[in-house]
Design a protein around this ligand. Structure first.
Ligand code: NAD
Length: 353
């Protein structure tokens, strides 16, 4: 590992407090001086949205949320925001809600207060994404980085366990992929390692007892650290594969990450011994990829890309589509056959030993 590096950690305020989401959100918008707020929220978050709207100057609400932010939804929401002259956006929900808020912020410049309800981590990044037809476009813009993040572990309590697990493994993927991503450096590796140190026991605790708020806090805290590491290190091989699969074949985001990660780890680990050692040490196993696969199985996440709807006949094309996106800095050189091999193993759900 080289100690010559150029590191950026994105700046934002984080308010962490279980049961305090409404108070913290109201305090955050007051401090921003917001007078005309757009409230974007998922349908399940009506009660919290109402509680905030009672105490903050909300002028419009949007609760039509679609995963991967279709351009038409982004344009509609932006038009609503512009017509109402909003000066801040409060977003309550998972990555799809944060994504819609980012699309509005991108065009209006209104600051976002994000109140995440999954472990997706979009709130920690300056990356936006939108889809038009089958194509997902992403970009980086400082305007979309939420100014304030309000974390409340109680908000994820309604998340079905299967989704919570997949979302938590998506967070694990942020940390692991960050170990070998293009801008990986000692600081974001440290953040990712600490993220995993919280995520592994947090996710196990959450499965053992879905009502365990301490475990939810650990998972949320770990997910944030992992997302900060990812935002700093950039997208590695794993994310490039998952984005190709998600965008071209409309596979569910978090589940795709949960399934693919052990296979990318098996591929890269021999060329990334430092990353493998960190994972092995934290999981207490001799093989990082096998350990991540066993964790996925233990948590009950889906086992194969076949199980979430990818057709075998799509694998070759998916590998060809992913190849141009593979970072040249990946620790191991990658060919289209390598990508096909990774995707095929993940499609079958091959056991890693
Ligand atoms: P999501 O926001 O689509 O939520 C998944 C489902 O869970 C939805 O049906 C939602 O209504 C429900 N849900 C969410 N929280 C809930 C809760 N607390 N209780 C009950 N139901 C709840 O899924 P996600 O995995 O959070 O986000 C995925 C999206 O985020 C993708 O579009 C992905 O590309 C994007 N993303 C972007 C970044 C980034 O940096 N830009 C990072 C991670 C994810």
């Amino acid at each position: 590992m080289s100690f010559t590096f150029d590191h950026v950690t994105l700046g934002q305020r984080v308010l962490f407090g279980t049961g305090a989401a409404a108070d913290n959100a109201v305090a955050a918008v007051e401090e921003l001086g917001a007078r005309r707020i757009l409230l974007v929220h998922d349908a399940f978050a009506v009660a919290l949205a109402d509680a905030i709207a009672e105490r903050a100057p909300v002028v419009r609400r949007i609760d039509e949320i679609v995963q991967h932010v279709p351009v038409e939804n982004a344009e509609r929401a932006t038009a609503v925001a512009a017509a109402a002259d909003v000066d801040a956006i409060v977003a309550i929900g998972g990555g799809s809600v944060t994504g819609l808020a980012k699309a509005v912020a991108l065009r209006t410049g209104a600051p976002i207060v994000a109140i995440p309800t999954t472990f997706a981590g979009s709130e920690a990044t300056d990356v936006w994404g939108m889809t038009k037809g089958q194509r997902k476009t992403t970009g980086v813009d400082p305007r979309v980085l939420p100014k304030v993040v309000v974390y409340d572990a109680a908000l994820s309590a309604g998340l079905p366990t299967t989704l919570a697990v997949a979302s938590g493994l998506n967070a694990v993927a942020h940390a692991v992929d960050g170990f070998w991503a293009p801008r990986a450096d000692p600081i974001n590796r440290a953040l990712g390692t600490e993220g995993l140190r919280a995520l592994f026991p947090g996710l196990r605790g959450l499965i053992a007892d879905p009502g365990d708020l301490d475990a939810r806090e650990q998972t949320l805290y770990g997910a944030y650290l992992a997302a900060v590491a990812f935002a700093s290190a950039g997208s590695g091989l794993h994310h490039k594969i998952c984005h190709t699969l998600g965008g071209a074949y409309n596979l569910p985001h978090a589940e795709t990450h949960a399934i693919v990660l052990p296979y990318v780890t098996a591929f890269n680990a021999p060329f990334a011994p430092d990353a493998a050692e960190r994972i092995q040490e934290l999981l207490g196993v001799p093989n990082a990829a096998a350990g991540l696969d066993a964790l996925r199985a233990e948590l009950g996440a889906p086992a194969s890309l076949a199980a979430i709807g990818l057709k075998e006949s799509d694998i070759r094309r998916a590998a060809e589509l992913a190849l141009p996106a593979v970072p040249p800095s990946n620790p191991r050189p990658v060919t289209v056959s390598d990508l096909e091999g990774i995707m095929r193993a993940a499609w079958v759900g091959e056991q890693i030993v």
